[in-house]
Design a binder for this molecule. Structure first.
Ligand SMILES: [Zn+2]
Length: 195
């Protein structure tokens, strides 16, 4: 599924939840949804997020770069025990380094690791509440991918790919329609939260 569809679906659901909870979502709330909506695809070396991080869109680059990040995070933690958040990032970086597309980062296990880490980091920065929009974006990404033919390894390490009975192809007309509807709902919900 296209990144923009993931972001628009994440925003539609995230803003609807904000409205239901009586929250007033600001730019950082929307940013947290957008990051959560994109992050599961960090398992793909050619994904939008990795094109900004990796030197080349190759599996070996992904493995090397994220393993180095895990080592640096571990080194920082050992050197300065105040940097507790470095510890939360080690399992994340290792998970990304060795992940296959639509595997662990698209599973219940991977979501738990990511959401816990993001909650721990944002909580240390005094913004633990941002874990909610992040989690909504992240989980909606997985649900949306289950609408496509490839499905996701929801119960990783089980290999079976889980998908809905109703499915469509990436970049198909149906996906575009879904994106436009989700964008319209996002705008409507955004306005509802403001006024
Ligand atoms: Zn995905």
């Amino acid at each position: 599924m296209m990144t923009k569809t993931h972001i628009s679906v994440g925003c539609a659901v995230g803003l609807a939840v904000a409205k239901a909870l009586g929250m007033h979502p600001g730019p950082e709330y929307i940013t947290a949804i957008a990051i959560g909506s994109m992050l599961p695809d960090i398992d793909h070396p050619g994904s939008k997020i990795n094109r900004k991080i990796l030197p080349r869109s190759k599996k070996i680059d992904k493995m090397a770069v994220y393993t180095i990040m895990a080592i640096v995070a571990g080194y920082l933690y050992l050197k300065n025990s105040n940097m507790g958040f470095a510890l939360y990032t080690i399992p994340l970086f290792l998970m990304i380094a060795f992940s296959k597309h639509r595997g662990i980062t698209h599973s219940i296990l991977g979501s738990g690791i990511f959401i816990f880490s993001i909650y721990s980091i944002s909580n240390e920065l005094g913004r633990g509440i941002l874990a909610i929009p992040f989690a909504l974006g992240y989980l909606m990404h997985i649900v949306s991918d289950m609408l496509t033919s490839a499905g996701v390894q929801l119960f990783y390490p089980a290999k079976k790919r889980i998908k809905f009975l109703f499915r469509f192809k990436t970049n198909s007309t149906f996906e575009k329609v879904l994106m436009y509807i989700a964008t319209a709902v996002s705008i409507y919900m955004g306005l509802q939260c403001i006024f």
